[in-house]
Every structure is written in structure tokens, then in C-alpha cells.
Design a protein around this ligand. Structure first.
Ligand code: NAD
Ligand code: UGA
Length: 463
């Protein structure tokens, strides 16, 4: 089966970059990315390609090449569904904030809405692909909805989880470690659908790196991969606290441990805590699934990864309070970085949000600089917590676009995102403008301790 038209529902951090790369690599396939968010679609279509809504190194170039050639962004969801032979569902699957499974289970209402819309609109056979991260056996629910349309249209459901990381999305999409495709490999139709998707990726991914499995293994592999990755960060963060007590250096420990080829060097960077839209959400989802099968030990094991991460964020903030003579009330604390990692404008679950919340509870005055995050987003993140009124957040939090101004007259600086530019600042100038003692807290192992201490900073780093 040759695919001519692809539709992707959801023009977010996954749908946008993934479809841009598919369109660039498969010029003979028309790719239409649709979203109900009109503002987002308008930004994807902005004449100035630098204004696309997602900041990712290299993305604007890919979009520029393919847009209006065979890559289209639209709010006409029905039309794109109808025309497509292959539909990716790439909508958000946040943690439920209400009802059964509140705070743990994935909220599948957006997925279900998509399935119902596909069922309602389709007039020809389609391959429907779960691109969003979903609980194991979600495909069954999709199948139930799609198979009961009564209009004779037949659907094949595949699972094709995405493993890209933000900040390196384009690189990860161009050279993935593997592409995973789950399908109904026991039937001819299922095999054909899997092959059709394999053929799309085979435009640029070596065949040996395209894995095909059954749907359930594919769905569960995605949750497992994220759980393992997050677990490594929590493991090294647990050791960072022990290092601080014992005089060991967590970087040295990570290096020594990571050189064991069975362990490997990646994802052992201790930090103020992992953030991002997925690690916490996916682990909570895994914990919920395990509990729902009565597997309490399995659930407890994975839940500990989140507990450790919450602890890491909290202890970083408390250390600032303690070091500043047990009070930050009315003191100016400068925060460098708000994004959950460098090279992205995404702030979802960023450690910076929680560190700020603790410091605001202690009545600190917070001044923030991030090279890619807007003031509007920062206030939205704090307001979303609901810890205090919007007016109070406005009164206590200032966002500036000049890092030197942010640090001027500050009692302390905390580095919360590992943006490269922070390393190259004129730290002598920053020191000169601060109140003394000038405290510098590095939550990212980014800055050189010796150089900062030589300038005169009181320097604290994790681990
Ligand atoms: P996102 O919030 O950035 O984008 C989702 C988009 O879907 C939004 O723009 C929203 O308006 C749109 N949408 C929701 N319901 C819709 C509907 N019925 N019709 C049309 N559009 C609709 O989310 P994201 O970060 O792209 O994540 C999407 C999925 O991919 C999630 O399941 C996530 O777990 C998974 N994932 C994310 C990443 C990542 O790095 N962000 C990586 C791998 C997997
Ligand atoms: C992560 C996974 O790496 C992707 O494979 C996956 O597709 C994605 O989640 C998802 O499902 O959403 P992402 O969250 O974008 O990607 O970014 P990561 O590089 O994994 O970083 C996550 C968080 O962990 C960041 O806050 C980062 O600073 C932190 N981290 C990462 C550390 O503190 N130490 C490390 O060694 C690595």
C-alpha cells in the first residue's frame, strides 16, 4: 500500500517536528498537521519561519523547506482526516485532574475525541496511528470506537510511540536509535498497515533500526523507556545528596560508574530535578496501571522515582533559604533559566516552577531571565499551581530580558536551566553588582566552581 496523504492531529512538540521531518524526507507524500488551537496553527503558518510556535534547533530550516510544498498546517480537521490514508494521533495525554485516577492516570479524553471524529468523518479505509504516549491497551478502546461506525470503513490501528527529546528533536528524528511500530501482526491487513508505516520511515531510517512488535508491547515499551530514563536521573540525584554529605563528587562518581559499559555514561547528570511534560506523567500512569492490576510492589518501586525527584527540587530550594541565614523574606533572588532543559521554550513541569514556589512561600522576591521563555508563560506556570493569587505572583515575581539586570542587587543567583550562554557571562560584572556575600547556587552543574570562588562568590552546586 502506497501512502499519499498523511494527516496528523495535534501540532504540538511531537506532531509539529515529527511531521516536518516526515514531509522533508518523503517529498511525494502530502502531510497535513491539524489542530484545534488556531493561534498555534497561525504561528506554524507565519510568513517568518522563525516565528513557528516551537523552538527547536534546526526545526525552522526543515519547516521552511517543506512548508507549502508537501507540508501544511490547518485547522480544518475534518477535511484532513477525510483526505488521509494514514492518520497520526499526536494530541496531549496529560495526567487526569479529576475523578477516577485523579493525579495519576492519563487523561484520554482528547484521544477519544479524535477517535470519534475520525469515525464520524471517514469515508475511506485508514491506518490510524497512536503517536501520543498511551497506557497499554489503549488501542483496544480506539478499535472499539472505530469499528462501530457502521459505515463500512475499515481501520487498522498501529502504535508508533515517539522517543524524541526536546531540544534535540530534529536530530533525534533524523537519526533515531530506533523506530518502534506495533501492529496486529497476526493478520494480513495488520501486516500491510505495519509495512506501510515501515515504508514511510525507511525513506531515511535504516531497516534494522525499525522494530515491529505487537501493539501492547509497543505501547508498554514507551512507558518503560521513560521510566528507565527518569529512574537514572533520580538514582544519580539520590547519590548527589550523599556526595554532599561525604565529600565525594557526584560528577566523578557518575563518570566512574558510567564507564562501566553495562551502565553507560548517558543520563547520569545530577540536577535540580527532571522536568518536562512526560517523565512524571508517564511514570504516574505506569504506577496507576500497576496498581489497577494489584501489583503494589511494582507501583511502589516506580513511584519512588517521583518521590526522589520532588525531594531534589525541594532540597535545592531549602538549601537556598538555609544558606541565606534561614530567611529569604524580602530578599531578591535571581533565577537564570525557566525552561525544563536547555534549547527548548517548553516549561512544562520545569524544576524552576517548583523552586520558585518554595521561595515565594518564604516571601522571596524573584527576578527571572530565560533566553526563550516569555513573561506570559512564566506567570501562567506560577498561576497554574494555585498556591497564591495572580496579583501576589505579579507583585513578587519580575521577568526581565537582560540577565545582568536580573542579577543586579540580588542576594543570590540560582541557575535552574543549563543554557550554554550562562557559562559565557561576565561573572565578574555580575558579582560586582550583587549584594555581599554574593551567593551562587548551581542547580545544573554548569559553572566552574574554582573560577566563581576566585571571583568571590559563595558557590553551591548540587552533589
Ligand atoms: P502538546 O500539548 O504540545 O500538543 C498537543 C496538541 O494537540 C495541542 O496543540 C492541542 O491543541 C492539540 N489537540 C488536542 N486535542 C485535539 C483535537 N481533538 N483535535 C485537534 N487537535 C487537538 O503535546 P506534545 O508535547 O506534542 O505531546 C503529545 C503526545 O506525545 C503526548 O502523549 C506526549 O506524552 C507524547 N510525547 C511527547 C514528547 C515531548 O517531548 N513533548 C515526546 C514523546 C512523546
Ligand atoms: C524525554 C525522553 O528523553 C524522550 O526519549 C521521550 O521521548 C520524551 O521524554 C517524552 O516522552 O516526552 P525530554 O523530556 O524532552 O525527553 O527531555 P530529556 O532530555 O529526557 O530531559 C528530561 C529532564 O531530565 C530534563 O529536565 C533534564 O534536564 C533532566 N535530566 C536529563 C537530568 O537532570 N539529568 C540527565 O542526565 C538527563
Amino acid at each position: 500500500m502506497k501512502i499519499k496523504n498523511i494527516c496528523c492531529i495535534g501540532a504540538g512538540y511531537v506532531g509539529g517536528p515529527t511531521m516536518a521531518v516526515i514531509a522533508q524526507k518523503c517529498p511525494e507524500i502530502n502531510v497535513t498537521v491539524v489542530d484545534i488551537n488556531e493561534k498555534r496553527i497561525a504561528a506554524w503558518n507565519d510568513e517568518n519561519v522563525e516565528n513557528i510556535p516551537i523552538y527547536e534547533p534546526g526545526l525552522s530550516k526543515v519547516v521552511e523547506e517543506a512548508r507549502d510544498r508537501n507540508l501544511f498546517f490547518s485547522t480544518d480537521v475534518d477535511k484532513a482526516i477525510d483526505q488521509a490514508d494514514m492518520i497520526f494521533i499526536s494530541v496531549n495525554t496529560p495526567t487526569k485532574t479529576y475523578g477516577m485516577g485523579k493525579g495519576m492516570a492519563a487523561d484520554l479524553k482528547f484521544i477519544e475525541l479524535c477517535a470519534r471524529q475520525i469515525a464520524r468523518v471517514s469515508t475511506s479505509d485508514k491506518i490510524v496511528i497512536e503517536k501520543s504516549t498511551l497506557p497499554v491497551r489503549t488501542a483496544e478502546a480506539l478499535k472499539n470506537i472505530l469499528e462501530n461506525t457502521g459505515n463500512g470503513v475499515s481501520f487498522q490501528i498501529l502504535s508508533n510511540p515517539e522517543f524524541l527529546a526536546e531540544g534535540t528533536a530534529v536530530e533525534d528524528l533524523m537519526q533515531p536509535d530506533r523506530v518502534l511500530i506495533g501492529g496486529d501482526i497476526d493478520t494480513e491487513k495488520g501486516k500491510e498497515a505495519v509495512q506501510a508505516l515501515v515504508d514511510v520511515y525507511a525513506h531515511w531510517v535504516p531497516k534494522e533500526q525499525i522494530l515491529t512488535t505487537n501493539v501492547w508491547s509497543s505501547e508498554l515499551s514507551k512507558l518503560t523507556a521513560n521510566a528507565f530514563l527518569a529512574q537514572r536521573v533520580s538514582s544519580i540525584n539520590a547519590m548527589s545528596e550523599l556526595c554532599e554529605k561525604t565529600g565525594a563528587d557526584v560528577n566523578e562518581v557518575a563518570k566512574a560508574v558510567g564507564m562501566d559499559s553495562r551502565i553507560g555514561p548517558k543520563f547520569l547528570k545530577s540536577s535540580v530535578g527532571f522536568g518536562g511534560s512526560c517523565f512524571q506523567k508517564d511514570i504516574l500512569n505506569l504506577v496507576y496501571i500497576a496498581k489497577s492490576f494489584g501489583l503494589n510492589e511494582v507501583a511502589d518501586y516506580w513511584e519512588q522515582v517521583i518521590t526522589m525527584n520532588d525531594h531534589q527540587k525541594k532540597r535545592f530550594a531549602l538549601n537556598i533559604v538555609r544558606t541565606l541565614f534561614n530567611t529569604v523574606s524580602g530578599k531578591k533572588i535571581a533565577l537564570l533559566g525557566w525552561a525544563f532543559k536547555k534549547d527548548t521554550n517548553d516549561t512544562r513541569e520545569s524544576a524552576a516552577i517548583y523552586v520558585s514556589d518554595y521561595l515565594l512561600n518564604e516571601q522571596a522576591d524573584i527576578v527571572i531571565y530565560d533566553p526563550k521563555v516569555t513573561e506570559e508563560q512564566i506567570y501562567a506556570d506560577l498561576n497554574y499551581l494555585g498556591t497564591r493569587s495572580e496579583e501576589e505572583n505579579i507583585a513578587r515575581v519580575t521577568v526581565l530580558s537582560n540577565p545582568y539586570e536580573v542579577c543586579e542587587n540580588a542576594h543570590a543567583i540560582a541557575v535552574l536551566t543549563e543554557w550554554d550562554e550562562f557559562k559565557d557571562y561576565d561573572w565578574q560584572r555580575i558579582y560586582d553588582g550583587m549584594l555581599k556575600p554574593a551567593f551562587l547556587f548551581d542547580g545544573r552543574q554548569l559553572l566552574n566552581r574554582k573560577k566563581k570562588e576566585d571571583i568571590g562568590f559563595e558557590f553551591y552546586a548540587i552533589g
